[in-house]
Design a protein around this ligand. Sequence first.
Ligand SMILES: C[S@@+](CC[C@H](N)C(=O)[O-])C[C@H]1O[C@@H](n2cnc3c(N)ncnc32)[C@H](O)[C@@H]1O
Length: 232
Amino acid sequence: MTEKLSQSHAEREYIPGLGKNFLTPLYDVAHHVFGLRPIHQTMIRLAELRDGHRVLDVGCGTGNLLRTTGQQHRNVDLVGLDPDPKALARAERKARRVGLTVRLDRGFAQELPYREGSFDRVFSSLMLHHLDSASREALLAEVRRVLRPDGLLVLADPVFDEHGHDHGHGRGRRQAGMRGRMGEQMRGNVGDAVSRRIAAAGFTVEPTRTMALRIGGRVGIELAHPSGSGRK
Ligand SMILES: C[S@@+](CC[C@H](N)C(=O)[O-])C[C@H]1O[C@@H](n2cnc3c(N)ncnc32)[C@H](O)[C@@H]1O
């Protein structure tokens, strides 16, 4: 199911966090059950954050990654973007509860409302599979645009083998998610397809790190920097 967001400059559809709008209030329960926290911890470690960094979380949902980042790095500047107003409202409440200042913007990954070279780090956690092929391309071009030349992209998304198996905890189950519209998009997550796509958008990508979820399958974590930045 998709939701529509009208903006003055664009009208796009999007797939909410749990696939349906009415399920968004349950997103944080799912986050806990699937065991996403260790994925977020790994993303934060890979980002090598320093005081003064400006960090964008594209598709921030209910703000779990932003909150953990802010709790561990009090002196970074946090920005989250998501099209889902319900998710953003939860993110706002959660940040306030732990005394964090976070800028939250309603918008789309394909059209980031930020200036060129205005972020040191861009996170994207479990959002890519919500996008079709053209939107993925637009997202990566936008991330390349808003990242500083010495910046880093840290992106996590499910990974499957060519038969649609996720190999979570060695079981090699076929994902129910491989059916329907989401299933078509998941085919863009087979093997090293995500890493190749990031490289094609002008990034140098480290070998994919994979982690198993507590329930469900495996998540691939990509660490990439703009090519030509001189970073090794
Ligand atoms: C599975 S949730 C992940 C949320 C969060 N990043 C996390 O790790 O818990 C996917 C999120 O992507 C958002 N999303 C879907 N389409 C999007 C788009 N075109 N641009 C930005 N975010 C999008 C959804 O609203 C949802 O909040």
